[in-house]
Design a protein around this ligand. Structure first.
Ligand SMILES: C[S@@+](CC[C@H](N)C(=O)[O-])C[C@H]1O[C@@H](n2cnc3c(N)ncnc32)[C@H](O)[C@@H]1O
Length: 275
């Protein structure tokens, strides 16, 4: 049986144990017991550890070598090809916080909305149901968008779909509302973060809103096997200092397997043109 175990999983397990030995003796002990009991599936080990309170990662891990040649498209296409919608840590059946914040903007149903890094989130379904007519859904993964289109059926024709890396997204359109749940935090390089802020500045109409949610400083340090950048209310305000801050608050998200992750949601408004 042991011979059938994938070597990289064994290495991952050993690295996990070494890390846990250094940082979490109890978790090390539990991980060791799991290995002894024949659980050599890294994801399963991780889920069990999360379930009992060690919750700083989520979803599929990638090796150090993979991290070095991180390619957003390759990584995310692989995630969406190998996992069902409700098997990923960020799954939410009802994106109610986003919907509440969007309704607080009081934008009319003709407002142009873009959901950036939307994946196959149900937000677009809900926005269509409420009556929004000019929705753009962008993601680096065509597989994710294909799944969302399939779910929507004919209603998919009422949406503009864009397969693009947000850092490279170019359009002549401008938007009344920019929405991002769990995408900004994957940008860890300063130049990428700067590009992201410039994109919002460039693509948001004057007086337009943006809603961004990312892992909080009290949340996970990794997601989907990737390093992430955590945010606080202060760091959000600092990053988006060119915009008017409306509100920020923390929310606990429960993954499909019951782990808890703290997100911060922030809402900003772009300043209007000076008359
Ligand atoms: C954690 S998921 C969140 C999905 C969705 N926003 C939600 O709340 O369900 C992150 C999403 O961002 C997309 N993504 C990651 N990096 C991206 C990038 N640089 N440009 C565009 N999309 C990206 C991924 O394909 C994935 O769908």
């Amino acid at each position: 049986m042991f011979s059938s175990i994938n070597a990289s999983r064994v290495i991952n397990s050993i690295l996990l144990i070494i890390g846990l030995l250094i940082f979490k003796p109890l978790a090390y002990f539990i991980a060791f017991m799991m290995l002894a009991a024949g659980i050599t599936n890294y994801c399963l080990m991780e889920k069990i550890l999360q379930r009992i309170g060690f919750q700083n990662t989520c979803s599929t891990p990638v090796s150090q070598a993979e991290m070095q040649r991180y390619d957003a498209k390759e990584h995310w296409e692989n995630i969406y090809k190998t996992k069902k919608s409700n098997e990923v840590s960020w799954y939410q059946e009802n994106p109610k916080i986003s919907l509440t914040l969007i309704s607080e903007t009081n934008l009319g149903k003709d407002a142009k909305i873009i959901d950036v890094g939307a994946g196959d989130s149900n937000l677009v379904d809900n926005l269509l149901a409420i009556g929004f007519k000019r929705i753009t859904v962008l993601d680096v993964s065509s597989t994710a968008l294909h799944q969302a289109k399939k779910r929507l059926g004919d209603r998919a024709n009422d949406v503009t779909w864009v397969v693009s890396d947000v850092r490279k997204f170019e359009t002549r359109d401008t938007y009344d509302l920019w929405h991002d749940r769990a995408v900004l935090h994957f940008l860890t390089e300063k130049k990428d973060i700067r590009t992201y802020v410039e994109k919002i500045q460039q693509l948001l109409k004057p007086n337009g809103y943006f809603i961004v949610s990312a892992f909080s400083e009290n949340g996970p340090k990794k997601c989907s096997g990737l390093d992430i950048k955590q945010y606080s209310k202060d760091s959000m305000i600092k990053l988006f200092s060119g915009f008017t801050h409306i509100k920020s608050f923390e929310v606990e998200h429960a993954t499909p397997w019951g782990a808890r992750q703290i997100f911060i949601y922030s809402m900003f408004k772009k300043r209007g043109n000076k008359k």
